[in-house]
Design a protein around this ligand. Sequence first.
Ligand code: FE2
Ligand code: FE2
Length: 190
Amino acid sequence: MSGAGDASVSVVALPPWARVSDRRRAHVERAGRLISEWADAMAVIPTERDRWLRAVSMHDALKDAPRELLLELAPRAWDDDSLRHGPAAAVLAEREGEGDRGVLDAVRYHSIGFAGWDDVGRMLYLADYLEPGRRRGRDERARRTALVPENPAGVLREVAAERLGLTIAAGYRLLPETVEFWNGLTCDAS
Ligand SMILES: [Fe+2]
Ligand SMILES: [Fe+2]
């Protein structure tokens, strides 16, 4: 896809409370560019596009934060340190004035999926996985990226199936939220 404009101009404004490395910042920027391209191609209204970009900008904003801060903000977080940054960012975002439930849920559940998502959660899940900086399966990722504007639900099922498959293959448990998310996607397909 094209149309992302000048690559030197940032499309994502990280929140002032972000604690991110340069590497993470680059990932967020790539995901922001991708979601912007999809918003253009799908001709979504500016307020919806803004929701998508806010979710992207906040989803990994605490990924590099100290564990003590993450534990303080998200003490439960499925008892998994690798999943703590999403819920922690949602807590801080709300505290700092973000009032959109869909955006907060997108950020909170971006690592695991959530059956209650509206478009913002689904688009963030896609952009987080399909952004071009990831090494895995470049050709397949490019195919899916191009297909998103015309068939976001179909690509979401493919991406979710792949992510769940990787989780299972690695021997990890599926969280109840993830199972519900998947079951919701399969219901949509029937
Ligand atoms: Fe993340
Ligand atoms: Fe991410």
